[in-house]
Write a protein that binds this ligand. Structure first.
Ligand code: DGI
Ligand code: FE
Ligand code: FE
Length: 188
């Protein structure tokens, strides 16, 4: 499957407004990859596919997580987290992506993880700050992204964690771990 075919297939999985978001993540991932010395082709590929499962039925995602032995602990946390893990599986098995770095970046684009690679950070941050995103604090994240992937991403996780606390929701522990790990990285 070439890039154009992949784009058409992903587009068909989602409403128009979500595709606008994906295009924003593609463009922003390329910019961040070039700014911080990551491969823009890998970054764009992960961006194209990162939300491929976002509009799948909850039951279909749950079934995939169980059937393919994906991270079962996800099922105890917010359903919004599931599309990332399922998306990585779909990228590999339905779209033929073999690059493990790209699959990892898709898999951790929502939760983050300990030891995030530069590619993980680029895609996760692009997801937070692409041009059509509008939430309190997004401009601060964009400002920080001029200098530091890590500082910008910490601000992103801070906003998600604050949002989850305000809503009285549980926090997936990996997100807290990812934020702690990024704080350690900038302390060096
Ligand atoms: O898929 P997108 O909307 O582009 O963005 P995303 O993949 O970052 O999903 C973010 C959603 O996930 C956001 O509404 C918050 C929700 N969420 C629920 N629990 C958690 C969580 N996000 C993180 N990082 N950690 C959680 O524990
Ligand atoms: Fe997502
Ligand atoms: Fe997204």
């Amino acid at each position: 499957m070439n890039r154009e075919q992949m784009i058409e297939a992903v587009k068909a999985e989602m409403p128009e407004r979500r595709w606008i978001h994906v295009e924003g993540v593609m463009k922003t991932s390329i910019i961040l990859a070039e700014r911080f010395g990551e491969d823009p082709v890998k970054a764009e590929l992960a961006a194209i596919l990162h939300d491929v499962a976002k509009f799948w039925q909850i039951t279909r995602m749950e079934q995939m997580i169980r059937e393919h032995n994906l991270d079962l602990t996800l099922l105890d946390y917010d359903k919004e987290l599931w599309h990332a893990e399922v998306g990585a599986w779909v990228a590999e098995h339905d779209y033929g992506v073999t690059d493990k770095d790209v699959l990892d970046a898709i898999r951790c684009h929502t939760s983050g993880r300990i030891g995030m690679t530069k590619l993980d950070k680029v895609v996760c941050l692009a997801d937070y700050m692409e041009p059509s995103r509008d939430f309190p604090g997004v401009d601060r994240i964009r400002e920080l992204s001029a200098e530091s992937l890590e500082r910008a991403l910490i601000a992103g996780f801070d906003s998600t964690i604050s949002f989850l606390i305000a809503k009285g929701k549980r926090i997936f522990p990996l997100t807290v771990d990812a934020r702690n790990d990024l704080l350690l990285q900038i302390a060096d």
